[in-house]
Ligand binder design. Structure first.
Ligand code: NAD
Length: 471
């Protein structure tokens, strides 16, 4: 595999992939790449393993997954630090993610088991049992921004449903995925969970292989490609894609609370979160006060290497992603955006993969930065004259992942009801009560994860009906 000169974070040779620390540019380790022509045999092995894995009861599968928990918990600090070195997020967050992906298994397993219990439907004449059966072999393809969480939310529901899984983690974060998979594989039967290492070539080969369901989390463009490829074989597809999430700040909002949230949600994980706040529409009566407070909060955040104590914001994942963000900022400044703090373009964009936290005002929808996903530490503030204008602009997008509205609660809830995103928060982020799905509208998703209906998407639904005459 050739090394891409435009992307020094990836160094692919014919046999190995070198994972690079985005904070230092140093190698973290290397891993063997899966030859694409091995994938069909891996799928055959997965299909054979599926017969006995799928024949187990859900309780048996759950018990096996739960038995891995003590081992994964014991390893969580080491795996979390590896996550930080491989992907850049602050150490506490890396360890937090690794810990959740270990300790969170039992709760996830139990909620999936409950969601997949057969459901009985009855009318006067018929009794129908609705069953949730495995599809067979699942291809799980995941991104780097939450390199374990995204793996966890794809793999655990797929396995619990009785499928076997071929997991292809991001080429940016293969080492941390390998550690988590190795931890589970000490307890799983052979070939129930296999690892495919590589970049989009391996991802494409996996989608083309005779698998039954693709569970993909990543960019909109890759998602569209997967949907097209999968359509030939009518393979099932679940896509969790990118966003351009709006935040509306109404004239009656608590400015301090809204600004604190905007800073947190624009910059956490260096803005590399699918539900980052990427567009902020603020009522003109409070726009200046809000922007000033947002900049104040941002200035107090410490940017640096994730392994350093006190750091809240790490580097960008790689040079390519940094250049994409800097290009968007530079173009918007050229088109009239005002830099409240942070960078204007390449000249003041910081060292290596680090990027100063940036707040822009006077942006508009002619600018790419208000239309296409940024996925970087930039907060874009636009002053609006009315609620109607805020709603119109917030909905003026092809994306539809999350959104939030800040203001007096009944007023904000009414505005929230007019937004077209999949997950909308009122005076908070997008997270819902236990059992809520993770769902994107429009081009941010196709199918969804989590909750009763999300878990059921990893299954083939079947109905068995009989007469009630003799009941
Ligand atoms: P990406 O689409 O470049 O890559 C994601 C994965 O898909 C990687 O493993 C990659 O190797 C593979 N891949 C790329 N092209 C492929 C193709 N044509 N066929 C098969 N596999 C392919 O995305 P990324 O840069 O790793 O992640 C960032 C993106 O993920 C952002 O757009 C972000 O919003 C999105 N994301 C969405 C969610 C969500 O829940 N909606 C969560 C996290 C990230």
């Amino acid at each position: 595999m050739p090394t891409s000169p435009s992307d020094p974070s990836l160094a692919l040779t014919p046999q190995t992939l070198v994972s690079i620390d985005p904070a230092t540019g140093e190698p973290v380790g290397e891993i063997l790449v899966t030859p694409e022509d091995h994938i069909p045999q891996m799928v055959r092995d997965a299909r054979i393993a599926q017969r006995s894995w799928g024949a187990m009861t859900m309780e048996q599968r759950g018990d096996i997954l739960k038995s891995a928990v003590p081992h994964l918990v014991e390893q969580a600090q080491r795996i979390g630090e590896l996550l930080t070195r491989e992907m850049g997020k602050p150490r506490a967050m890396g360890i937090g993610e690794a810990t959740y992906c270990a300790k969170g298994i039992p709760e996830e397993v139990d909620s999936i088991a409950e969601a997949l219990e057969p459901e009985i439907l009855e009318d006067d004449a018929l009794r129908t049992t609705m069953r949730f059966d495995p599809y067979g072999v699942v291809a799980a393809i995941t991104p780097w921004n939450f390199p374990l969480l995204m793996v966890f939310q794809s793999v655990i529901p797929a396995l619990m449903a009785g499928n076997t899984v071929l997991l292809k983690p991001s080429e940016e974060t293969p080492l941390v995925a390998r550690e988590w998979v190795a931890g589970l594989n000490e307890f799983l039967p052979p070939n129930v969970l296999q690892l495919v290492i590589g970049d989009e070539r391996q991802g494409k080969a996996l989608v083309e292989a005779p698998i039954d369901l693709v569970v993909f989390t990543g960019s909109r463009e890759a998602g569209k490609h997967i949907l097209r490829e999968a359509s030939g074989g009518l393979k099932r597809v679940i896509l969790e894609l990118g966003g351009k999430d709006p935040m509306i700040v109404l004239g009656d909002a608590d400015v301090d609370a809204a600004a604190a949230f905007a800073a947190r949600n624009s910059f956490r994980n260096t803005g590399q979160v699918c539900v980052s706040t990427e567009r902020i529409y603020v009522d003109e009566s409070i726009a200046d006060a809000f922007t000033e407070k947002l900049a104040e909060k941002a200035a107090a955040m410490k940017v640096g290497p994730g392994m350093e104590s006190g750091v809240e914001i790490g580097p960008m994942i790689n040079r390519r992603q940094k250049d994409h963000v800097v290009d968007q900022v530079e173009a918007s400044v050229r088109e009239g955006a005002r830099v409240i703090m942070g960078c204007h373009g390449p000249d003041d964009a910081g060292d290596g993969n680090f990027l100063p936290l940036t707040v822009l005002a006077d942006v508009d929808h002619d600018m790419e930065i208000m239309r296409e996903e940024t996925f970087g530490p930039v907060a874009c503030v636009m002053s609006v004259r009315s609620d109607d204008e805020a709603v119109r602009l917030a909905n003026d997008t092809r994306f539809g992942l999350a959104a939030c509205v800040w203001g007096e609660s009944s007023h904000a809830e009414e505005i929230a009801g007019r937004l077209t995103a999949g997950m909308i928060g009122v005076n908070q982020g997008c997270g819902g009560a236990e059992g809520s799905p993770w769902v994107g509208a429009r081009e941010s998703g196709f199918g969804w994860h989590g909750g009763r209906y999300g878990h059921r998407q990893f299954c083939q639904v079947r109905t068995i009906s009989r007469s009630r005459k003799n009941d």
